[in-house]
Write a protein that binds this ligand. Sequence first.
Ligand code: NDP
Ligand code: HSE
Length: 445
Amino acid sequence: MKPTNLSPIRVGLLGIGTVGSGTYNVLQRNQEEIRRRAGRGIEITMVADLDVARAKAAVGPGVQVVDDARKVVASPDVDIVIELIGGYGIAKQLVLEAIEAGKHVVTANKALLAVHGTEIFAAAHRKGVMVAFEAAVAGGIPIIKALREGLTANSIQWIAGIINGTTNFILSEMRDKGLDFDVVLKEAQRLGYAEADPTFDIEGVDAGHKVTLMSAIAFGIPVQFDKAYVEGITGLAAQDIRYAEQLGYRIKLLGITKRAANGIELRVHPSLVPAKRLIANVEGAMNAVVVQGDAVGTTLYYGKGAGSEPTASAVIADLVDIARLHTADPEHRVPHLAFQPDAMSDLPVVPMSDVITSYYLRLKVADEAGVLAKVTGILAGAGISIDAVLQREADEVGGEGSTHTDLIILTHDCQEAKMNGALAQMQALPTVLAPITRIRKEELA
Ligand code: NDP
Ligand code: HSE
């Protein structure tokens, strides 16, 4: 190897919890190989954590541990700050202060970037420093690198991803073991997959943050989480998972962003996906992202989307990139959002009511003649065509002598606003006995 006389690049770590400890351990374990790749050593010299004793136990004696993260950010002996605290509060202040102090930043904090990314990237551009965030989307899968660099020749058509391990784990366990939602969520928390506030996972917010970041990079639009449509998995029932299976589909929480005629779609919701698609067979806490580009066609990225060392893998990849590009002219680095800051697009995010997709509907109806005709009549009146109908025997659904049954309808593509109108009419029928379940369907062909 060509000898290098560059001194090690010095890293300050903010927060040594699940991802922080993984980052420290992997850097230690693989330091020689990482040095050979980066062209210089990468050393964590300072760590800040609220629990100083625990942090000291996690790192070697050569590392300075403090309880005040600002000391790390302000230290003249730190070149790169890794933010692994999470949230939009203190983490935002620390990231902006690090940028102001002329330090590069690595973060896994998708919430922070999806909400405040525009401000943070602009500040970094002004100061000529890098903000790297590979770990913020799909954990250890290098999807940011793929979108920003590997697929740079393409006009991206759409991206669809299972990008929240917690919810995929819940759906898999409910389907395979028939377990209840709450039981599986507790297990996901125990295994360290869930966010500090697990409602971020189950209500689709975490996936919304991640798809917002991918959308910005894929289409060169600003990060705008506030325009994303976000729906989680709390409204799903075990029978929907079963019925979907009988119709040849699996239910997955997908983050979807798509180039449409009227702008960019940006949405997260449970989706029926044909069981034969590879992505439909991604189980447990694994993540997968499908990217459709005009030149490359369909590509699929699969791997661990959460956890200590998988996420550390992405954090360290960013450290190596920064170590290599540290001395490069800022204008010649890869732009934060893949497109040059003065070449961003103002394509609008399409309102959900204008999105066109197909649907699964489950109606709990009175088991009497004419119900199906009324329901299909409403759909026909709204110009919505039906793909398939599944009507269960009343006894099967409600037990012997039951007077109600489930009616399941798959539709062809239609505009969401039309479906909303038809749903309101169907819901008003006296023979429809409970709120109608609507799940969108994505063929991903
Ligand atoms: P943890 O809660 O495990 O770690 C956060 C650490 O930061 C804790 O040790 C916490 O201390 C410490 N901390 C909190 N406030 C401060 C502060 N003001 N100053 C210094 N330290 C502080 O979180 P994770 O490691 O799981 O997540 C970190 C980030 O990575 C988040 O943004 C998360 O969304 C993201 N992420 C996590 C993944 C995962 O699999 N866990 C995967 C991908 C991204 P204390 O415990 O005492 O509060
Ligand atoms: N809570 C997140 C998940 C962690 O379950 O996917 C990784 O971002």
